[in-house]
Design a protein around this ligand. Structure first.
Ligand code: FES
Length: 652
């Protein structure tokens, strides 16, 4: 837990919240504290509705034409334009205020990133010396003489065996072809790079003049359906020296894995997709090298992790049968390869390793994720959930693990929701709805005018709409509210709620949430919950047996755990057992890149996980239908939510 910096007290609600970051935004803090302040422009500073008065304390606020000089002199400011620089007492005036504490709900009193503690990483590994599967050996050879005129290759091999105990090394022909010149150019002092693969054994991939061991770097790459993230690691120190990411340029050929597979079956489709992902990766790698001032020749190896389809597309393997029953991938384990052979802009000796997959819809990103979070080493019964374009789930511990893919669809990543978008600038990420006047309080990423809504905002939409009575438990908009607020109205695609009026958005229309959007979101969350339920039942357990839940992926970062439980995306468990693991696919790749034994462990994880194909499960459909309700038809699994809804009079 980071150190507390300041405390902010909101009046007249008398709600206090600790703040952990210098210059934290006041509107964000109010949002986390559960204090309603009207906010319609996402925090862009243009609607002027988030007016508050600072009664005491140090702050910094941007000048605004939305307030008169007299108001500014009295201490009024726009919460969204104000940074906290000390303990504050803030009054939310009646015109900006949530008038009564209507909802009896527990509030997260700290910012989400502090609630969601990072998983097992960092210090534990920082103390270890890296021991990668690709090693550089320095060789100071005795030059040949009349008494010792053995071959160049034999001389080098003998040295490696005597000095380092490295034997049974096969040599790439490309190395042999250059060897005589390299040895003499380096005056018999050279560095040999040897790949030690679990299955393929030892192979010498490069020999270069001089001692280059001091500058050795490796890459870890997470091949996401939406984004590609890369890390450059210093093999000697084990430190990350650069991080970079970009959108996967395959997106123009389909948003999700199914549409990419469909595209791959067109003439030249597979080749085009492979080239696209390599193009994005080349950009990411160039940025990494540039940032850290590392030459491509100083990279020794790379580890890649992605879902099964992304892995196959990257390697140029036809993914056709991933999509067709009985859903068979080409391979789950992959031999090492030369990056340059796939078109990556690095020297020919750089060797690549790919995280092994479990099944067609549980890929290397999950095995890398399990490795990163250490589920396979822990006695704790853990639910690991990576909600991206698919909801991939693992349940288990050190003794056993089962997995499934929820085929959730990309709703939480923006697909199937009219104004859905990825979590970038202008995306609405947090929403509160005043249950008395149904006015929203919204915040966007970057606090710019809204242009859409991202995954965390969608969870908020479902939770807040349900709690405020804007929608019923089966997701239908309460049409009676049209008489109370002009935000509820009949739209082109059915009933809708206006989140932002056109003049406060970056759009040329009102930003709305309509009933089909809500249906899609409920289907997505229902599918994920049902998948977890089926997995648990398959091993004779239930949600109350879980001792730990780890959320992974970019989506998990901003999930408000309480809200995710309120809508039935997550089971209702003690919030403190829920942690956020970050980009565990990338973290697992980093571990495998730095530690040979972690690479082996990752292979063991893939073998240890038993995948359950949900499309073949009789109980999945029943569970899915039962979960198409907010939070669930089995309200006994959500006692806290049941009490809240009872208190609101929504249920009896
Ligand atoms: Fe602050 Fe609009 S001016 S939210």
């Amino acid at each position: 837990m980071p150190e507390k910096r300041y405390t902010v007290r909101f009046e007249p609600d008398d709600v206090s919240i600790d703040v952990y970051r210098e210059a934290e935004n006041l509107l964000r803090v109010a949002m986390v504290a559960g204090v309603h302040v009207n906010a319609s422009c996402g925090g862009a500073g243009t609607c002027g509705k988030c007016k508050v008065k600072i009664l005491e304390g140090e702050f910094r606020t941007k000048p605004t034409a939305k307030l008169s000089d007299a108001e500014t002199k009295q201490g009024y400011c726009l919460a969204c334009q104000t940074e906290i620089l000390g303990d504050l007492i803030v009054e939310v005036p009646v015109e900006s205020r949530y008038e009564k504490g209507v909802l009896a709900r527990q509030l997260n009193r700290v910012a989400p990133e502090h609630v969601l503690a990072p998983a097992r990483l960092g210090a534990e590994f920082a103390a270890l010396r890296s021991d990668p599967a690709v090693v550089k050996y320095f060789a100071a050879l005795t030059p040949p003489s009349e008494d010792n005129n053995g071959s160049d290759m034999g001389r080098l091999g003998q040295f490696l065996k005597q000095e380092y105990g490295v034997e049974q090394v096969t040599t790439d022909f490309a190395v042999m072809r250059e060897l005589s010149q390299v040895l003499r150019a380096g005056t018999w002092q050279v560095t040999a790079t040897v790949v030690d693969d679990i299955r393929a054994g030892r192979r010498m991939t490069h020999v270069g003049p001089g001692d280059t061991r001091g500058r050795t770097y490796c890459l870890a790459i997470d091949i996401g359906t939406t984004t590609i993230h890369g890390s450059l690691l210093d093999v000697n120190s084990g430190e990350e020296v650069a991080h970079a990411g970009d959108y996967n340029s395959q997106i123009s050929m389909g948003e999700d894995v199914i549409s990419r597979i469909v595209h791959s079956q067109k003439a030249g489709g597979l080749e085009a997709l492979q080239k696209r992902v390599v193009k994005t990766m080349n950009g990411v790698i160039a940025e990494l090298l540039d940032k850290a001032e590392v030459a491509p020749g100083e990279v020794s190896h790379a580890v890649f992790a992605g879902n099964t389809t992304m892995t196959q597309l990257f390697l140029g393997l036809n993914p056709k049968y991933i999509r067709e029953a009985p859903y068979v991938p080409t391979a789950n384990f992959f031999p090492p390869f030369k990056l340059a052979d796939l078109g990556l802009a690095v020297p020919p000796q750089v060797t690549g390793f790919v995280a092994p997959c479990v099944a067609s819809y549980v890929g290397g990103d999950i095995t890398a994720g399990v490795l990163a979070t250490g589920i396979h080493l822990s006695p704790l019964l853990t639910l690991f959930m990576d909600v991206g374009t698919n909801g991939e789930i693992v349940i288990g511990n050190q003794d056993w693990m089962v997995s499934a893919s929820a085929s959730a669809g990309p709703a939480f990543e923006g697909g199937g929701v009219k104004f859905g978008m990825r979590a970038t600038y202008g995306a609405i990420e947090q929403i509160r709805v005043n249950p008395e006047n149904f006015e929203p309080m919204i915040l966007t990423i970057g606090q710019t005018a809204p242009k859409g809504i991202c995954g965390s905002g969608m969870i908020d939409v479902l939770a807040e709409f349900a709690l405020a009575g804007v929608i019923s438990q089966n997701g239908k908009i309460n049409q009676d509210l049209a008489a109370v607020t002009n935000r509820v109205r009949a739209g082109e695609t059915g009933w809708e709620y206006v989140l932002c009026w056109k003049d406060q958005t970056q759009l040329d229309q009102d930003l709305v949430i309509c009933e089909p959007d809500i249906d899609n979101l409920i289907r997505t969350k229902g599918s994920i919950y049902a998948a977890c339920s089926v997995l648990l039942k398959s091993v004779g357990l239930q949600f109350t047996d879980l001792e730990r839940i780890i959320l992974a992926g970019g989506f998990g970062h901003y999930i408000d755990v309480e809200k995710a439980m309120a809508i039935g995306l997550l089971p209702e468990v003690a919030p403190e057992i829920v942690t956020y693991g970050g980009n565990t696919s990338l973290t697992g790749s980093k571990l495998a890149a730095l530690f040979r034994d972690k690479m082996e462990e990752m292979e063991a994880v893939a073998t240890m996980i038993t995948n359950i194909e949900l499309s073949a499960s009789h109980i999945f459909m029943d569970e899915y239908v039962a979960a198409l309700f907010l939070p669930h038809t089995r309200m006994e699994e959500f006692p806290l939510q049941r009490e809240r809804l009872k208190a609101m009079g929504a249920i009896h």
